[in-house]
Write a protein that binds this ligand. Structure first.
Ligand code: PLP
Length: 403
């Protein structure tokens, strides 16, 4: 059976060029980057080449990035790292949005729940019905003791791109006033896991102090990522040990993973523009085809301020899980929302945050396209999906009720 993968937001395959590029870094160039001998020096060289390339792409200096094990670690380091570094003198208040990835929401909740007695507090600001964060609400909630604002660059479920630059510009004015009043700076973090390698991500243009990246979302291997830390940002490491990564993240470096992240970033910077044009055409074809062939479908999230590869819909009268399984039986892999929440029957926190009715939200499907998606793949989905939906709706008590 031909198998079609439309779940690129969950993870991507390693690009064949990346796979080839990293081969020597398992058994030929395998030294510890901290070793003085030639084996170590060769590993060190590729890591520093990677660091230089990624920092150029981000428009920062090489000393401002550290390699991590992925998006989850980068987000945890940004949030807990700032908390532990500033709690004793700057404040304990954090602001984030209700549509963040669990890798931001959970460390935030961890801080709030475990450090409540010392005054830790997190404010979760809402988004509008199109899935864009309410900027005014962020600024209404700033307090004297606010130390960090974390807003994702693009959402992993509905693909909406958040107004990071606008938030940073307003925050800059506030930070200038705070400086005159001798108050600590409010740091700004963005989870750019869904955008880096897919669109331009420039830390100066975005105006952020901390930014998270993950390799496996742009055709590099799993288990490698980056955290950008603006010079001067106070951050406590989560991992203490041999002092790697400028004393900010101890642990022997994942040389093959870092080499893969480097190669994947290099490919991305070359093909990004053309690739996005092609993927957007396919995504739009899928969207239009679904709307034409299946009645009672709504799209989730703004269609303009959105990643070009993302389509997230609610299909009235069906449970996502049954559609997902039926599609999988036909060789088509999609998601019912985020990878973390699928498998549970709870509707997605993102869809509830944009105000979707919980019953309708349980019929959500996320299609995310990528480098290896073809027009034939889309044609096949448009042939198979309407039949599946029709079959499920025939026996669905909820669909009849809403008619
Ligand atoms: C996938 C993802 C993460 C987690 O990254 P890992 O490398 O899998 O830990 C964090 N944030 C967003 C937005 C993601 O899509």
């Amino acid at each position: 059976m031909k198998r079609i993968y439309l779940d690129y937001a969950a993870t991507t395959p390693v690009d064949p060029q990346v796979k080839e590029f990293i081969q020597p870094y398992f058994d030929k160039i395998f030294g510890n980057t901290q070793s003085v001998h030639t084996f170590g020096q060769e590993s060190y060289k590729i890591v520093e080449q990677a660091r230089n390339f990624i920092s150029k792409m981000l428009n920062c200096s090489a000393e401002e990035i550290i390699f991590t094990s992925g998006g989850t670690e980068s987000n945890n380091t940004a949030i807990k790292g700032v908390y532990f570094a500033t709690r004793n003198f700057a404040g304990k208040h954090f602001i984030t949005s209700t549509i963040e990835h669990h890798a931001v929401l959970e460390p935030m909740k961890f801080i709030e729940e475990n450090f409540q007695s010392e005054g830790a507090k997190v404010t979760f600001v809402p988004v509008d019905s199109s899935g864009i964060v309410n900027i005014d609400k962020i600024f209404e909630n700033i307090r004297d003791d606010t130390v960090l604002i974390s807003i994702m660059h693009a959402n992993n479920e509905i693909g909406t791109i958040q107004p990071i630059k606008e938030i940073a510009e307003r925050l800059k004015k506030i930070n200038q006033q705070r400086q005159q009043q001798n108050k600590h700076k409010i740091y700004f973090h963005t989870d750019a896991v869904q955008t880096f390698g897919h669109m331009k991500v420039d830390v100066e243009e975005l105006g952020v102090d901390l930014l998270s990246i993950s390799g496996h979302k742009f055709y590099a291997p799993k288990g490698v990522g980056v955290l950008y830390i603006r010079k001067g940002t106070r951050i406590e490491p989560l991992l203490h040990g041999g002092g790697h990564e400028f004393n900010k993240r101890s642990s022997t470096l994942n040389v093959s993973g870092i080499a893969g992240l480097y190669k994947a970033a290099e490919i991305a910077s070359e093909v990004m523009q053309e690739e996005n044009k092609r993927i957007k055409l396919l995504r739009d074809k899928l969207f239009e085809g679904i709307i034409k062939k299946i009645p009672d479908v709504v799209v989730n999230g703004d269609m303009e301020k959105r990643l070009v590869n993302n389509l997230n819909i609610c299909i009235a009268g069906v449970e996502s899980e049954s559609v997902l399984i039926a599609l999988d039986n036909e060789g088509i892999a999609v998601s019912s929302g985020s990878a973390c929440s699928s498998g549970s029957l709870e509707p997605s926190h993102v869809l509830l945050a944009i105000g979707r009715d919980p019953v309708l939200a349980r019929g959500s499907l996320r299609f995310t396209l990528g480098r290896f998606t073809t027009e034939e793949d889309i044609d096949y989905v448009l042939e198979v999906l309407p039949k599946i939906v029709e079959k499920i709706r025939k026996i669905s008590p909820i669909y009849k009720k809403t008619q």
